[in-house]
Design a protein around this ligand. Structure first.
Ligand SMILES: Cc1cc2nc3c(=O)[nH]c(=O)nc-3n(C[C@H](O)[C@H](O)[C@H](O)COP(=O)(O)OP(=O)(O)OC[C@H]3O[C@@H](n4cnc5c(N)ncnc54)[C@H](O)[C@@H]3O)c2cc1C
Length: 482
């Protein structure tokens, strides 16, 4: 390929961003022999799926486990398609849900949750069976998307709350059936279809955790990328995607360098891709308005603790524990959605149960987590960060007594932290929110600009590591088929 005058570099494909979506795309293309270059603004790969070290402790910054997302077994399918199935070592992770006076453990098997709920609420056994039969049928139909089956049409605009209301009555039963928080919404905002698909996927596939911590995942992708001739450059922020003759044809880096490409893949937040990198002048009329209608998911607040006690001594045995202090957390959710510092539920993850090498001998990495709004009503994260971290530690102390006396290392991340390190709009954890109807509105990998593709959680199928890996593979296949 001859280099066109005026460009500093020329490749076949530029991938902007090394989140798992961008990396899956880059690896597939490099393995097919294309000249691929990834530009990453951070100094490490992975985006939301990274780890950082402090005083001998290794903490996962965002992602704490892999699931199937809303696509069962998506991660396995992608890594198998990339020939990387033997590159990872995973340990199975379990979760415990704690409600007042009641504990629910995650366990594999499609009948496990309905069976546990049936025993707890025998009067509602029939409703529970009906509810879970519908959930399973929705999951079966999701593979036909984007075609809408009659069942998907029926539930496409409904929330999981509305689906539950059709079958069961007890509010505590509904709280338990919707206790999985992985779509980052209250149950009345969770899409019935996405939530059903997630529930079945998690029951079938369970949760898994990579040995070495989350950074092992992007690091492995980068190793395979380089092995196949692909390149990655860190601290390299792309600030412009140039459109010439109606096609994406080169990118400009913040330092002024220009790189010509036959194809450009953006792993960057969708609004930033189109409004900042491409520019409205190159977009079809009405396109940005269609993006404005899409809701962005919530962000997170994490506290990372290096501790010198073993929380298992206090009965905290699951690698991930989700705590609900009440069966009705709707007020806390509403406060949070209104920009308040509110904790509808919180999680305690101890990845060192699964990989003790993530901490010095005898010590543990404990991560406290909850959902959080980017904009705080009348307050700033700068002012509130320490106080909110204290509040989470206090809550965790109900399960790990005197936790605060055993802290050797403490760090916290607010939505602003996630935004700074990943450049995701509003620090969004999942890209677009998993609200009813959203599964039909997410932008496709193919964009209105020829030769510009999307990979990651701002395109189909949505957020979560397995889903974004799949989006990357699909973007690569679009390029290869073009
Ligand atoms: C706190 C938190 C917890 C989560 N927990 C889980 C979990 O347990 N399990 C799960 O499956 N999912 C989880 N998720 C969701 C999951 O992490 C994301 O959906 C997924 O990792 C997003 O991947 P992506 O490919 O879209 O890229 P991202 O991870 O969003 O990364 C995008 C990359 O692009 C880079 N970039 C952006 N703009 C530019 C630019 N202009 N130039 C160069 N580089 C740029 C960024 O630096 C970043 O590295 C969590 C997310 C968060 C934030």
């Amino acid at each position: 390929m001859a280099r066109t005058a005026g460009f500093d570099e020329q490749v076949q494909v530029v991938v902007i961003g090394s989140g798992i979506g961008g990396l899956a795309c880059a690896v597939h293309l490099a393995k097919q022999g294309l000249k691929v270059k990834v530009f990453e603004q951070h100094h490490i790969p992975g985006g939301c799926c990274t780890s950082f070290s402090r005083k001998g402790f290794k903490f996962d910054a965002g992602v704490l486990h892999l699931t199937g997302g809303n696509e069962s077994g998506a991660f396995e399918r992608v890594v198998t398609a990339l020939g990387m199935q033997d590159e990872f070592a995973f340990r199975e992770q379990t979760q415990r849900f704690i409600f007042p006076g009641l504990t629910l453990d995650s366990s594999r098997g499609i009948d496990s949750l309905p069976r546990q709920l049936g025993m707890l609420f025998p009067r509602e056994k029939e409703g529970i069976e009906g509810l879970f039969a519908t959930i399973k049928s929705i999951y079966d139909d999701v593979k036909h998307l984007p075609r809408l089956t009659p069942l998907l049409s029926r539930y496409k605009d409904k929330s999981f709350q509305e689906l539950m209301d059709e079958y069961v009555r007890d509010p505590e039963l509904k709280a338990l059936a919707s206790s999985n928080w992985h779509l980052w919404n209250p149950t009345w905002k969770n899409s019935a279809i996405d939530y059903s698909a997630l529930l079945v996927t998690e029951q079938l596939r369970g949760y898994f955790y990579p040995v070495g911590g989350m950074q092992a995942i992007p690091d492995t992708f980068v190793r395979i990328l380089k092995k196949h001739g692909g390149e990655i450059e860190f601290r390299a922020c792309v600030d412009r995607i140039l459109v010439g003759n109606g096609r994406a044809c080169w990118v400009r880096l913040r330092n002024g360098r220009s790189v010509q490409a036959e194809h450009v893949v953006s792993n960057v937040a969708a609004r930033a891709t189109f409004l900042n990198l491409v520019g409205v002048e190159s977009l079809p009329k009405g396109f940005t308005a269609s993006l404005d209608q899409l809701e962005i998911s919530l962000s997170a607040f994490y506290v990372y603790l290096g501790v010198d006690i073993d929380p298992r001594k206090h009965g905290l045995v699951a690698p991930e524990t989700i705590v609900y202090e009440s069966f009705d957390n709707s007020k806390e959710w509403q406060r949070l959605l209104d920009g308040g510092l509110s904790i509808p539920c919180f999680g305690i993850a101890v990845p060192t149960y699964l990989d003790p090498n993530l901490a010095p001998p005898g010590k543990h990495a404990v991560i406290l987590m909850t959902m959080a709004p980017y904009n705080l009503a009348g307050k700033s994260w700068r002012e509130e960060k320490d106080r909110f971290a204290e509040e989470l530690v206090r809550k965790a102390e109900k399960l790990i007594p005197q936790l605060s006396r055993h802290i050797l290392v403490r760090e916290a991340a607010t939505p602003l932290t996630y935004e700074r390190y990943t450049l995701n709009s509003l620090g969004a954890a999942m890209g677009w929110a998993f609200t009813p109807g959203m599964f039909m509105k997410r932008p496709d990998q193919k964009t209105p600009i020829p030769n510009l593709y999307l990979a990651g959680h701002w395109t189909v199928p949505g957020g979560g590591v397995p889903a974004v890996a799949l989006s990357g593979l699909r973007a690569a296949r679009r390029i290869l088929g073009s």
